[in-house]
Ligand binder design. Sequence first.
Ligand code: PMP
Length: 442
Amino acid sequence: MSALPLETSGEGLLDQAEYWKRAQSVIPRGASSGHRVGWDQVINRTSGSHVWDGTGKRYVDYLLAWGPIVLGHCDPRVNEAVAKAMSTCDLTGIGPQFGEVEVAEIICTVMPSAERVAFCTSGTDATMHAVHLARAATGRRKIVKFHGSYHGWSDVVAVGSARADSTPTTPMATPNGGGLHPDSIADVIMVEWNDDIAVKQAFADHGHEIAAVFCEPYVHSFGCVPAKEGFLEMLRATCDAHSSVLVFDEVKTGFRSAIGGYQSICGVTPDLTAFGKAVANGFALAGLAGNEVLMGHLGAYTGDRATIDGTYNAAPYALAAARKTLEIMQTEDVFERLYLRGEQVRTGLREAAAEAGAQVSIVGLGSEWAVYFQPTAPTNFREALRSDSAAYARFHEVMVDGGIIQPAFPNGDRRLCAATSQEDVDLTIEVARRAFAASIKM
Ligand code: PMP
């Protein structure tokens, strides 16, 4: 038994091993999301760019809950807006929810594909509705998606996304986990990212059956892998030629690579955008944005419309968080800071790796980056799987020990927030020097 008091929240010390034990006795594997298992830490305090574990140790956080925290943890301006919303008007289930119109209006202003917006609660929700909407609008069943890209957990989009046990020889169209409908594979045409020949072949063989092409326009599912030149334009033209819906999954890039998403950077406008995460700085808000005609196929409880319906869709407190987050993005130098610090980290890490003689490839955009333990940057999922996991594990151990939280696996993306300081970056590079040196030890 530990002498430390057991606390469930706040700033106090907490016996982490004991807390994990309690967690495992009431929650399968101890945490309600697969990627959370495997850490020793239990975090019970967050602020700005930092998190603290149960021993009181402070970390610079580069997971940031896998993306939502874009301004910083517990941003007081966002939290104040949420508190106000909660004490003014909470969920009603009647008409547009309070604050829904204002956030939709901002998104229609900043995001090129957005003429209409509908809200739900998670990225999984949004991509599931995107599949239904594309099918309802086209009367077709199949989707084209890219190997390794993660779009959440509904059966069809979960086919072929990055699995913990993926290897370069795992078949591309494998359901990502038990319990997913194996027949979903029949509705998916799986293509390696950046393989334009395979996309064209898919349309030559099945063009009249393809409802939609799903892609992350800048892939973060296996690190940071941009589209090669002309690839997104080719997807746009091919979808146009076959009257298929081009869906950009901007759950990670939306409101992070730019306020208008990666589509506002690359200049290719999809028919439909799935967004979530950074839109509300940590509150549960996601949605679909698209043109008026396509979004007109959304509805409720009719045979020819794609139902969008959810008790917590467009919750006023999440909308208040989004409105404040977007207002801060529109009036402050959020993206300048994200891009400046991101570049500082990437440059510093490259120098630290070169000093240590570690063979790595550090790539990224704006606030996001990936550290691949391989000499050249991957252009698709199979190449990203070649990142040396043993070297990464040695690197990771020293980073976490030195107070840097980052993904625990070798092809994960990481990100900073607007609260990440010069001091955080300097500490990161200092620890990385030791971590890269440790990575090459036999
Ligand atoms: N799409 C992408 C690109 C994602 O990265 C994620 C989550 N990491 C999702 C969809 C699913 O979002 P959520 O976890 O909110 O369901």
